[in-house]
Design a binder for this molecule. Sequence first.
Ligand code: MN
Length: 266
Amino acid sequence: MTERFPELVAPAPWRSVELISDLHLQAGDAATHGAWLAYLARTPRPDALFILGDLFEVWVGDDLLADGGDDDPDRHFWRGCARALRNFSAHTPTFFIAGNRDFLLGPEGLSACGMTGLHDPTVLVFGGRRWLLSHGDALCLADTDYQAFRAQVRSTDWQRDFLSRPLAERQDMARELRARSEARKRTLGPDPSLWADVDGAAASDWLARADAATLIHGHTHRPGEHALGQGRQRIVLSDWHAGARPPRAEALRLSADGGARRVALA
Ligand code: MN
């Protein structure tokens, strides 16, 4: 028998929850950082926030938040992000599914941000419906190079080895990886439709296993809704880029009556 996905049953008083992903927060993008801070301060607030991965452009270890390194603008930036999240999550429960950029956010980082980590995928039971939540990268099966890379960096051995290196070395390695990924994107061209997308059959299998009709995910930066047959569908969250023309920043709001609608934030 296949193992069931973990479930989170929303407490009865919840009237609305919001989901965001792919903010790719980084010190060099002040506009998106500002849009995110404005979002955290926005009212009325949802009863819970779900962050479906790639909140941070890169995360090389929770010791980024440790004391010291005050002259490092990146570390300064990450500490500010953690502080803002902690203030927000003090009044609004905040859940986190790791993306391919921030999967090294560990127990200490989660606790510094006041977030509860969730398994990828997790079933959210809310508004009389079962919603399957994921970052989405695990379903981009056509990109076999990426899947091999993912299996490697998600392994305990690789992570133990990586995290045992000095912070400065990890920051250098991350810069190198990002440069390689940017170069690959340039080879593929600016059109995200040429990048690997979520595999429809695999998404349907997950939904059947979860006994859910709707998958909500990010990662692909291709916001939209896709019917998968047999009453199943997937909803793709938007990435955030507040400095783009037109700016991109939105949340998906689920309501207690079972509805889902996009909320433009920029
Ligand atoms: Mn991603």
